[in-house]
Design a protein around this ligand. Sequence first.
Ligand code: ATP
Ligand code: MG
Length: 445
Amino acid sequence: MKEMELKTNLGTEIDFNGLAEKEIELTGMIQNLRVLAWGAFLILRTPRYTIQTVIDANNINIPPSELKVESVVKIRGIVKTAKIKDKAISPADHEIHVSHIDVISAPTLEAMPVDTTKKEMNLGLDTKFDLRPLTLRHTRERAIFRIAATICMEFGNYLDSIGFTRINSPKIVFAGAEGGANVFKLEYFERNAFLAQSPQFYKQMMVGVFGRVFEIGPVFRAEEHDTSRHLNEYISLDFEMGFIDSFYDLIQVEANLLRAIIARIAKDCAAEVALLGITLPKLEKVVTVKFSEVHEIIFNEYKKDYRNEKDLAPEEEKLISEYALKNWDTEFLFVTHYPTVKRPFYAMEDPENPEETLSFDLLFRGMEITTGGQRLHLLDTYLTKMKKLGMDPEAFESYLQAFRYGMPPHGGLGLGLERLTAMFCGLANIKEASLFPRDQKRLTP
Ligand code: ATP
Ligand code: MG
């Protein structure tokens, strides 16, 4: 038996101001090393910082030239105030003057296959992804995923603060929820199963339990085309909300949620925002436009005729976003009332015009980032709709149970984490916002 004292100070935040002129000990990895005649600048990567340390060659136990980038080291030194211009270094106002270095582990290979100390790595996407465990160590790459992590954290925090309960639904499922051909089939013992295209059925069932739920989890789409906006596995930020008066309630929640996320990024990721040169958007008002109006505007303003199309083409998403920025002063545009034929069976039709659904997409900087809407909540409406679409209600009995025994009016949405991250960070390809992207050709690393 061994009893240990319970340590409670496990954080990694450092009060640099309070420690000025005092000694500090830090463990981390060498992000960058610049050896000069008098000594070296060693940039240390810790869980929270990419901090500048200064080594005096005459006053150190290891010659700086013997150190290697990516070595794990423990340094001891004095905290000094500084003014650092390099945006890859944070904090910018403090550095450490090192007196002692212990090398805990050094890289096994002589040279890294990629130089992560350069300002830009300038690699093709394939090379970048082939070497992902290493390329992710680059300061810019890490910054992207600090932003993504902050989005997830605030998505949960904000929804939790307004009474949503976090759920985790299965990813091995009995049916694809979103229809269409892009569902992965899988052998499941003696049966066929599918990889979840979304948590749709489960989050609806859980509205009957908690009233308001959210989930952050992977979803799978067997997308046939290699595009810059699709992955085969992505992280979906989902919520589903009961007791709504209309789908505009969902839009209000999403707008507030995005505001909270933007504010959190501004506060917690100031260094990442500066490094990546991000201009955070403002969301001060909620602008909606009907789907049918979008076709009209695109036709009248840009002379492109999509009026017979039942979905928005990527080009239209770009153009209407441009238009909205110019004329309505918004980078976020909620497009409402999508055609019924293009929405899944659970979407509620507009009683005033059954050709349209009580649904919306959110466009941000020219790209769809969310689809949401009000769902059917009465069993009869499900049975009628399924019959109309030639679906077999028996196959969905486990889902329909929820409606057989009462459900409140409800709706929800799905927000793609990688799309939002890519749009915030100005990445040209969504794959760059995925740690280990999955596309038709890529299963490793
Ligand atoms: P698109 O029309 O762009 O193919 P979708 O309408 O098929 O997208 P939804 O089923 O509405 O996608 O999914 C909800 C959200 O999930 C989208 O708004 C988007 O943010 C994200 N998303 C959808 N498919 C993908 C994908 N293959 N890769 C990454 N994110 C995706
Ligand atoms: Mg969609």
